[in-house]
Design a protein around this ligand. Structure first.
Ligand SMILES: C[C@](O)(CO)[C@H](O)COP(=O)(O)OP(=O)(O)OC[C@H]1O[C@@H](n2ccc(N)nc2=O)[C@H](O)[C@@H]1O
Ligand SMILES: Nc1ncnc2c1ncn2[C@@H]1O[C@H](COP(=O)(O)OP(=O)(O)OP(=O)(O)O)[C@@H](O)[C@H]1O
Length: 289
């Protein structure tokens, strides 16, 4: 029985600016995405029926509307695929906190099924399909750290430094939709040139609002900034500090107040899922020789 086992990494928004608003109410963003070496794990097994069977280690996400199931259904109907799959999601990433885990699971599903079902769709086609599932899906499909524009669909590969991060999940739920609608949200950032942006002169425009509305997140930001340059990722509530070494990040984690959840992870400019798929196809070619 053929089974593919693949990771789905988390992402950070190294900064997040809003440069305008589209007619449909969606916001034009500028951001830089970088991956983390922390990931969910998905396994994909071909089955004899055309069903999409799904199982998740987290009972709350073990539902038919999981992004993984929606990604598989989308691909199945787009290509009129007469094959099925059993997918098992080992959920390790905190969700709903700006780490993009759901989008990453969806992207890994598109990439995996393209291979398992032998569909031969291009990366551009998969990224376009992924955008229907969420704004953050295309960057995970493409697999390079990227400067993003539009709602996150115009992506340009970049090579930011890869520090060690201490990521804190303050265990607070934040509504992305509510923040995007807030009257005090800064929506007039001057567009940055992607060739010359510098982390120091950027911000996450949601941070002042999140500080005001969610005091626990403000507390975590104030705590972490004593150790390292600190930012919110996405619309929060997760935040990250950039450290020069794993040891320094771990030392800060050891002092972190117990009410928060924290982890240390390395920034990655290549997604491990794309690396693994490339490796698998090279192995296949070698085996055919
Ligand atoms: C903030 C980011 O995480 C940055 O990476 C993403 O842009 C958010 O993307 P996402 O989680 O897929 O967000 P969605 O679930 O699509 O959006 C939730 C809601 O936020 C608002 N929204 C979202 C993205 C965007 N560029 N403009 C918006 O105005 C919309 O009202 C939308 O209904
Ligand atoms: N496979 C999945 N993993 C996580 N969440 C999922 C998944 N499928 C559906 N969801 C739903 O999507 C919501 C957002 O999850 P996700 O982890 O993608 O958001 P996030 O970390 O806030 O990322 P973003 O930066 O895209 O806002 C969850 O609260 C959950 O209800």
């Amino acid at each position: 029985m053929e089974t593919l086992v693949l990771p789905a990494p988390a992402k950070l928004n190294l900064f997040l600016h809003i440069t305008g608003r589209r007619a449909d109410g969606y916001h034009e963003l500028q951001s830089v995405f970088q991956f983390l070496d922390l990931h969910d794990v998905l396994s994909f097994t071909r089955i004899s029926s055309i069903d999409i069977e799904f199982q998740c280690s987290d009972a709350q996400l073990d539902t038919p509307d999981n992004l993984v199931v929606r990604a598989a259904q989308l691909l199945q109907s787009y290509q009129r695929v007469a094959q099925g799959v059993r997918i098992i999601l080992d959920k390790r990433l905190p969700y709903g906190g700006g780490l993009g885990g759901g989008s990453s699971d969806a992207a890994t599903t598109l990439l995996a099924l393209n291979q398992l079902w032998e569909l031969n769709l291009t990366t551009d086609q998969l990224a376009e399909l992924g955008l229907q599932l969420g704004a953050d899906v295309p960057v995970f499909v493409r697999g390079h750290a990227a400067f993003a524009e539009g709602v996150g669909e115009r992506l340009y590969p970049v090579q930011p430094t890869s520090p060690w991060y201490l990521v804190i999940d303050p265990r607070v739920h934040i509504s992305t939709a509510e923040l995007f609608q807030h009257s005090e949200l800064k929506r007039d950032c001057v567009p940055l040139a992607r060739e010359t942006w510098q982390q120091q002169t950027t911000q996450n425009v949601f941070e002042p609002l999140v500080r005001q509305l969610y005091p626990e997140v403000a507390k975590a930001l104030d705590w972490l900034v004593e150790y390292a340059p600190t930012r919110l990722t996405g619309t929060g509530a997760c935040l990250f500090g950039a450290f020069e070494s794993q040891e320094l990040a771990r030392a800060a984690l050891a002092r972190m107040p117990a009410q928060w959840n924290g982890f240390v992870a390395r920034g990655l400019n290549e997604s491990p899922v794309c690396q693994q798929l490339r490796q698998a196809s090279t192995d296949n070619l070698t085996n055919q020789d």
